[in-house]
Design a protein around this ligand. Structure first.
Ligand SMILES: Cc1ncc(C[n+]2csc(CCOP(=O)(O)OP(=O)(O)O)c2C)c(N)n1
Ligand code: SF4
Length: 304
């Protein structure tokens, strides 16, 4: 899977240092797993920018700051702007061997931060931008974002007689980013942790802009068991509602092509946010999934 041969990183070749610990994330938070792993791979010479959102709220609590590398909170829309400024500053100082990293939620990326991100990609800034996607604005109470999937109940898209949860489909952020002609983009999931780590490791050596979109289950906002983040992150890929892919040199590559999808309903029923869905709603989700995969399989390279 995704460059494993060339870029394989694992417990044997990864540092045993920790750069993100003592945080106040909920038990079993998928986003916090992603943040920890990213830092273990990029290391201490990383300038980290995190905007308003769960990952900054749980970690920059003075005096218990949870990063041991250089880290800062940005404004909600300003992650990629701040990354651009740090990259320029580091260049001006003649620094060597460092990474400029942004980690933002789905709201901070696909909605309010998209303009700054688009500009940074356009300029080819040497930055690594990671979107941890928990499919809603979690930090402020589970409001719908542009990446909330069809059918999910949020506090702004309740499930009642007239409105049946979210009525829009998940914005296709990976392909929006790729459409810029970015140097490297990938999708990942905390449920496929080796693949995710390999992609972060690969982004380290990209001479330009990298974007990694990692699926990061939120047990609290999704109404799921506290020990379910990894399993849900795997199941969402296995049932075809998420996919593992890369974009580089102008080409899309699918890293995992399930022969048979596991039942979508098994994935959905583990989460209270979907419990109101009818058989017809689930069929609509499956039909959308199938149309998406037909397009992917017809036009992308398939790795395995
Ligand atoms: C300009 C601005 N608008 C609104 C807010 C309030 N706010 C802070 S965090 C947040 C939600 C963040 O959602 P997301 O980016 O998806 O990350 P998550 O909390 O899910 O990790 C909001 C709306 C803000 N800080 N700044
Ligand atoms: S609300 Fe969700 S994303 Fe936020 S800290 Fe809790 S589990 Fe993590």
């Amino acid at each position: 899977m995704s460059g494993e041969r060339l870029h394989g990183i694992n417990a044997r070749n990864m540092t045993d240092k920790e750069f993100f610990y003592g945080h106040k994330a909920c038990a079993g938070c998928g986003g916090s797993i992603a943040v920890r792993l990213i830092h273990k791979i990029l290391g201490e010479r990383t300038f980290t920018v995190i905007p308003a959102g769960c990952m900054s709220a749980v970690s920059f609590i003075y005096p218990q700051l949870c990063f041991t590398n250089n880290a800062i909170i940005s404004t909600f829309p300003g992650t990629a702007s701040m990354l651009s400024g740090i990259a320029a500053g580091a260049r001006a100082l003649g620094l060597k061997d460092y990474h400029v990293l942004g980690i933002a939620g789905d709201g901070g990326t696909a909605d309010i931060g998209i303009q700054a991100l688009s500009g940074a990609i356009d300029r080819g800034e040497k930055i690594i931008y990671v979107c941890y996607d928990n499919e809603a604005y979690m930090n402020t109470g589970v409001q719908k974002s542009g990446l909330t999937p069809f059918g999910a109940k949020t506090t702004t898209t309740p499930a009642g007689e007239n409105v049946r949860g979210t009525i829009t489909k998940k914005k296709n952020m990976f392909e929006i980013v790729a459409a810029h002609g970015i140097d490297y983009a990938a999708t990942a999931s905390v449920g496929y942790v080796q693949d995710f780590m390999n992609k972060i490791n690969k982004a380290k050596s990209v001479d330009g802009t990298s974007y990694i979109h990692v699926y990061a289950p939120c047990p609290t906002g999704w109404g799921a068991a506290t020990d379910s983040a990894i399993d849900l992150g795997k199941e969402v890929v296995d049932c075809g509602l998420w996919y593992l892919a890369e974009y580089e040199n102008g080409e899309f590559v699918l890293n995992k092509n399930p022969k048979v999808f596991t039942p979508v309903s098994d994935y959905l029923k583990k989460q209270a946010r979907f419990k109101h869905l009818t058989k017809e709603d689930i069929e609509a989700i499956e039909a959308h999934r199938d149309a998406k995969w037909e397009k992917i399989r017809a036009s992308w390279q398939i790795e395995c």
